[in-house]
Design a binder for this molecule. Structure first.
Ligand SMILES: Cc1ncc(COP(=O)(O)O)c(C=O)c1O
Length: 494
């Protein structure tokens, strides 16, 4: 990589007291091209870098420095980025990153982020084409999920936020818009929601934040494939009704966070319809399996959902962050959040036209242009290629599964439903052994799986999400687990 410090261009600095634009645009342009080239180098040569490396104390300490009151040249700040930020990032652009459920990003999305930052559009409202881009993505999702033209959509940070919005719209559906002024207490209905043991923790958090309370979430047992037990769900609803409570929401998951299980969404849709419940799908990563022809049939029933939460920044590889909520009843969605204000007055012409605005569909008024990097990603690659990436990550997971099953030292801890494999190295004190293996692997820079618990056991969890991950990376993970597990086990025995 180039050393930008050798080419410091003080002309990139603005004139004192004036605009923040540079005094010398040519110098800025040259510096900007160096910054762009560095990021191309970073992505092009990502395999040559460690996946992740521990942060040295001296590097961490640099970020405790006082607020800068005087200028620093752009090239010098860029140099700091190259030396002290870039090498110590999460690592999820790397093909060896298999921890949690992180997308790998993509270069078209990266460039679109730069364009969006240059445009500096605020997508809270007003009449401009960036909002049309976001509306186009809503339209594309309506098509993909078979939602009607009246369905609404909104970019948010991630699925945690999208699930919260889904719970809030469902709450309005159950209690009416008055709940916004009076809160939940006056209705005297105790609203009850249902999800499975395998659901993400943000569902409980959404119940908490929405004022309904975590105890009003019934956590239903799962079957051997980690899908919600629909009989147990029906029994729980009946018990709550006979106790005088008010069931209002069922949350199904398309791609559980631990193992990637997909609930029987058609069965959940039928229960929700029969019981008159709001049917929300947490499809953080799994909903976009709709793009993969071999996986899409497993989402049968998602078209009946009242709302779907998903992330473009996971399986669709859009750079962080790009969460999304799609709501079948756009009017109810709007009535959950829209709040008139004099300073947000709408007109039929001029810049204040184009109502309703995105700020009418969520709590954010200032909103960035997340839609652009998503739009670029979808257009540049097309949904067929993204679907092929999604299928490929599942094929890699099956390859890993078959190697684990053929290796006596290893034990598969959960069925491989999509792209996530949970397993462990057999041994005494297996939880400690496997936690140590995972930390050692992360620190080695070779690969970065994470851990979770499957029943009572701590599992090594490999979530294969990144489009750059290949069979050799999965093999490298397995070989590293075996080498590390063997070394740790023999050091404990010694
Ligand atoms: C099933 C599920 N729901 C919700 C989330 C939270 O999504 P986010 O991290 O985008 O808020 C995740 C994250 O991995 C997830 O897997």
């Amino acid at each position: 990589m180039k050393n930008p410090v050798a080419q410091v261009e003080p002309e990139c600095q603005p004139r004192p007291g004036g605009s923040l634009d540079p005094s010398d645009w040519r110098a800025l342009r040259a510096q900007g091209h160096r910054m762009l080239d560095d990021m191309f180098d970073f992505v092009e040569h990502i395999r040559e870098r460690p996946v992740w490396r521990p942060i040295p104390d001296g590097v961490r300490a640099r970020f405790h420095a006082a607020v800068p009151t005087t200028p620093t040249d752009l090239a010098a700040v860029h140099d700091e980025f190259m030396r002290y930020i870039l090498p110590y990032a999460t690592g999820n652009t790397h093909p060896g990153f298999m921890g949690w459920v992180h997308g790998g990003g993509n270069v078209a999305g990266m460039l679109a982020e730069m364009l969006a930052a240059g445009l500096n559009a605020n997508l809270g409202g007003r009449d401009h084409v960036p909002i049309e881009v976001e509306r186009q993505i809503t339209h594309w999702l309506r098509q993909l999920f078979g939602f009607p033209g009246s369905a609404s959509g909104l970019f948010v940070t991630g699925t945690s936020m999208a699930n919260l919005l889904g719970v809030l719209v469902a709450r309005t559906g159950a209690l009416g818009v008055d709940v916004r002024r009076k809160g939940v207490a006056p209705s005297r209905k105790q609203l009850i929601a249902y999800t499975s043991e395998a659901a993400h923790g943000c569902i409980a958090q959404a119940m908490d934040i929405s004022g309904l309370g975590i105890d009003a979430l019934r956590v239903i047992a799962i079957n051997h494939r980690h899908q919600i037990d629909c009989d147990a769900l029906a029994r729980a609803i009946a018990e709550d009704r006979s106790a005088g409570l008010a069931p209002f929401l069922v949350v199904g998951t398309a791609g559980t966070v631990d193992i990637g299980a997909i609930d029987d969404l058609a069965a959940l849709a039928a229960i929700a319809q029969r019981e008159e419940l709001w049917f929300h799908v947490d499809g953080a990563f799994g909903a976009l399996a709709i793009l993969a022809p071999d996986l899409a049939p497993r989402l049968a029933g998602i078209a009946q959902a009242d709302s779907i939460a998903l992330d473009f920044h996971k399986w669709a590889q859009v750079p962080y962050d790009a969460g999304f909520i799609l709501v079948r009843d756009g009017v109810l969605h709007q009535s959950t959040f829209a709040a008139p204000a004099a300073y947000l007055r709408r007109e039929t012409r001029g810049l204040a036209a184009g109502s309703p605005w995105p700020c009418d569909f969520g709590p954010d008024l200032s909103r960035g242009f997340r839609a652009l990097k998503t739009w670029f990603t979808l257009k540049v690659y097309g949904t067929d290629a993204l679907g092929a990436v999604i299928s490929h990550t599942c094929a890699l997971a099956r390859h890993l599964e078959s190697r684990i099953l053929a290796t006596p030292e290893l034990e598969l801890l959960a069925p491989v439903e999509l792209n996530i494999v949970c397993f462990r190295y057999r041994g005494d004190d297996a939880d400690r052994l496997n936690a140590r293996i995972v930390a050692d692997l992360q620190e080695s820079g070779v690969c970065a799986p994470s851990t979770t618990r499957i029943g009572d056991d701590l599992a090594i969890r490999a979530a294969i999400v990144n489009h750059r991950t290949e069979r050799r990376d999965v093999d490298a993970l397995l070989d590293a687990v075996l080498a590390c597990g063997g070394a740790v086990a023999s050091s404990c025995a010694a």
